[in-house]
Design a protein around this ligand. Structure first.
Ligand SMILES: Cc1cc2nc3c(=O)[nH]c(=O)nc-3n(C[C@H](O)[C@H](O)[C@H](O)COP(=O)(O)O)c2cc1C
Length: 306
């Protein structure tokens, strides 16, 4: 276990939230492979306050996922604080505020990355939450709205003043979406100016790169998103043989079925593609796996590989 300011984490390489992928089953897999922290997909604060079934499912986590952060998004400080209080009652280790989602639907409502244009609102939201809960509160930001509005200096200041315990920084602007490159020079600058721990994020594709990024930026921890999909070994640095990948796909499938019943078979399809993309005959395999309808059929296809 490692301390990141007030926060205890299991190691310096963390699983970044990826909506649609980093659900409870995948978070368990990542933690089993050495991820230092897992973060839920973004969950709407308005949804949490109303608590429908879909929201409850997004908030569910397993004890094995600790340390776990639940990430919330929204725009109204009082609703965000109410949601944070509900979330605290569920017993996670941290509450994270999404201040970086570039999706139009989220930004048009003044949430996610739109907050980067409003440091006062960032402060109002973060301070309303830190005043309401006892758990450490973190925020995940981008470096600005676009290159004309690189607001990270004001953003970091606002968040620190509001009492957040750690800041996760994805080194892109909102305008970049997921294109171009994450700016690790800016991340290094933020590490130098922030009084709270900063966790860098963006474009890490191997274990070695993660360690290099930490060294170059001065971050004591980094977060990995897309590079961890289909490759939880990125956290441990191991290079799995094909048989180990196949065994893990079966393990993941069973966790999926345990978590969401038969629907887990459908939800696994996007993961299959990530796990097997570098296998010989991947195209054919992929077609077979994404049309298989039962656990037995999937096992038969997987067993034909090894
Ligand atoms: C499909 C997709 C969904 C994402 N969902 C979230 C999310 O729910 N919350 C969040 O803070 N970031 C989300 N992100 C951003 C990632 O956490 C991360 O910041 C970004 O992908 C850059 O890191 P990477 O290059 O390691 O993937 C998402 C990214 C992608 C590609």
């Amino acid at each position: 276990m490692m301390q990141l300011g007030k926060i205890t984490v299991a190691g310096p390489l963390m699983l970044a939230p990826i909506a649609g992928f980093t659900d409870s089953p995948y978070r368990r897999i990542a933690l089993r492979h050495g991820a230092g922290l897992a973060v839920t997909e973004l969950v709407s604060a308005e949804g949490i306050v109303r608590m429908n079934r879909k929201t409850a499912e997004l908030l569910r986590f397993h004890e094995e996922e600790r340390p776990i952060a639940i990430q919330i998004f929204g725009n109204r400080p009082e609703v965000m604080a109410d949601a944070a209080a509900v979330v605290e009652g569920l017993g996670p280790d941290l509450i994270d505020i999404n201040m970086g989602c570039p999706a139009r639907r989220i930004c048009n409502a003044g949430s996610g990355a739109a907050l980067l244009l409003e440091p006062k609102k960032m402060f109002a939201i973060a301070s309303a939450i830190t005043a309401r809960v006892r758990l450490p509160v973190t925020a995940k930001i981008r470096i600005g709205w676009d290159h004309e509005n690189l607001t990270y200096r004001d953003a970091v200041k606002a968040l620190e003043e509001a009492g957040v315990a750690c800041i996760f920084v994805h080194g892109r602007t909102r305008a970049q979406q997921y294109g171009g490159a994450a700016d690790w020079d800016v991340i290094r600058e933020i590490v130098g100016r922030a009084s709270v721990p900063v966790v860098g994020n963006g474009d890490i594709t191997t274990h070695g790169e993660a360690l290099d990024r930490m060294e170059q930026s001065g971050c004591r921890a980094v977060m990995i998103g897309r590079g961890a999909l289909g490759n939880p070994w990125i956290f441990s640095g191991e290079a799995p043989a094909i048989a180990e990948v196949v065994a893990l796909v079966k393990e993941h499938l069973d966790l999926m079925i345990e978590f969401c019943g038969e629907r887990g078979i459908i939800l696994m399809r996007k993961h299959f593609v990530r796990y097997i993309h570098a296998f010989p005959g991947a195209r054919t395999l992929r077609k077979e796996l994404v049309t298989a309808a039962t656990r037995e059929e999937i096992h038969r296809i997987l067993d034909s590989i090894v």
